[in-house]
Design a binder for this molecule. Structure first.
Ligand code: HAM
Length: 424
């Protein structure tokens, strides 16, 4: 019986995996330039962590988590996102005491959400995310957005839209909450069951509803921007001034809510405006989460971050017709004629590899023509051909596949000869 891959997951096969590696390397390089250090946290955490941080009224927590009981009857959850784990680790490892502040971290790893699979939406996906914890300077909000933006830009994407909003501080949000309740409660019966329960618990979530987003009351809902107090307003203005200084184009959208509860002040998303990208246009989302460290038992340490999935990044590259410059050539393919020469190439191959070359030989007993074809398929830069006569004379023929130039060299010095050949 054939067993297939679970819905919403994918195999990343050789041929495609090189694109992933290319992007991962670009991300690591940019994180180094922006001075974010890698952190690796477990794939599963105590369920409580996500209830407390992501929020118990969010879609992620109510519908999408892979939660299970382990043999010790603890409730564990496969991480649906990375911020909660990073903040937990920040508190647990007392990173607030490190001399270098703010603490700037990045992660690259699998996340799990039980969502309805469709283009751009998987049940297992890979997020690249960053978190800067320990500063409430609006300049770091701009830096975080600049980093997300430069990942896309540096890979050649141009059809991007950065949308920003402010969710304000606690006081502003409370005022907005009152206004939202007043706005929605007379007609809440026209909304879905989820929205009805959101009204009391977290009315802002109504604005994020996937079912009722066309209801006329959604468009006329009071905007958070009208309820920002002076501090929140000034903070948001400063963030925008920095974005302008960084030459990053952006739009303000007061309807941008985000699907997680820990946000306040800055919230942002980067969308793809490429034609044919699909219904889900969000490439990346993030925002500020002052108060989350305290919620998770730590001292005050305001934070901001974002996450993007590599799956959507790859889809955006495809939609914009961008080919990554991936070269997959091997240095040398060993072609052998006759049994003795074939045996000899076993050790010779190993020597080349030890000397630092990527090298391959035939394992299917192919004829010479077949071996040359295999060398072509692997895009070998050099082919080294060993016949019975050459073996007797302790020689080997080397041919550059790029220039056609050929040389006969001492068999004991093949690696050195290849180095010489390459340096021409
Ligand atoms: P989020 O908006 O839930 O935020 O997800 C961020 C990004 O993860 C999305 O913009 C998208 O690229 C990707 N993503 C989410 N769900 C899926 C899925 N089912 N399939 C493919 N890609 C997906 C967060 O996760 C926050 N932790 C971001 C953050 C970091 N905020 C502050 N720091």
């Amino acid at each position: 019986m054939q067993i297939n891959i679970p819905r919403g997951t994918q195999d990343i096969l050789p041929g495609t995996v090189e694109k992933w590696q290319y992007i991962e390397n670009r991300i690591k390089d940019l994180c180094d330039r922006f001075q974010y250090n890698e952190i690796r946290t477990p794939i599963f955490e105590h369920t409580e962590l996500f209830l407390r941080s992501v929020g118990d009224t969010t879609d992620i927590v109510t519908k999408e988590m892979y939660t299970f009981e382990d043999r010790g009857e603890r409730s564990l959850t496969l991480r649906p996102e990375g911020t909660a784990s990073v903040v937990r680790s920040f508190v647990e490892n007392k990173m607030f005491g490190l001399p270098s502040q703010p603490v700037k971290l990045f992660y690259l790893g699998q996340m799990f959400r039980y969502e309805r699979p469709q283009a751009g939406r998987f049940r297992q996906f890979v997020q690249f995310g960053v978190e800067a914890i320990g500063s409430k300077d609006p300049a770091i909000d701009a830096e975080v957005m600049a980093l997300a933006y430069s990942v896309y830009e540096s890979l050649g994407l141009s059809k991007l839209k950065l949308v920003v909003n402010s969710l304000g501080d606690k006081e502003s949000r409370l005022a907005h909450r009152e206004a939202l309740m007043g706005h929605f409660s007379p007609s809440i019966g026209e909304f879905c069951k989820d929205c009805q329960s959101r009204l009391e618990k977290n009315p802002m979530r109504i604005l994020d509803c996937k079912k009722d987003h066309d209801h006329p009351l959604m468009k006329s809902a009071p905007s958070i921007l009208e309820y920002l107090n002076e501090d929140s307003k000034q903070y948001f203005e400063k963030v925008q001034a920095y974005l302008t200084a960084l030459n990053i184009p952006y739009e303000v959208d007061s309807n941008l809510v985000r699907g997680l509860d820990y946000y306040n002040h800055t919230a942002f998303e980067i969308m793809s405006e490429a034609e044919g990208f699909g219904a889900i246009t969000t490439l990346c989302g993030g925002g500020r989460y002052n108060g989350l460290t305290e919620e998770l038992g730590g001292p005050e340490a305001p934070g901001i971050g974002f996450a993007m999935s590599l799956e959507r990044l790859l889809a955006a590259l495809q939609a914009e017709g961008i080919e990554l410059p991936i070269e997959k050539k091997i240095d040398c393919y060993l072609v052998a004629l006759g049994e003795e020469a074939k045996d000899y190439t076993v050790g010779l191959l190993n020597e080349l590899r030890k000397a630092g070359f990527s090298a391959e030989r035939d394992y299917l007993d192919r004829k010479v023509k077949g071996q040359f074809k295999a060398a072509d398929r692997l895009q070998a830069k050099f082919v080294a051909i060993l016949g019975e006569d050459e073996l007797k004379e302790n020689k080997i023929n080397v041919k550059s596949q790029e220039t056609g130039e050929q040389k006969q060299v001492n068999l004991d010095h093949l690696a050195a000869a290849l180095k010489d050949f390459q340096s021409y």
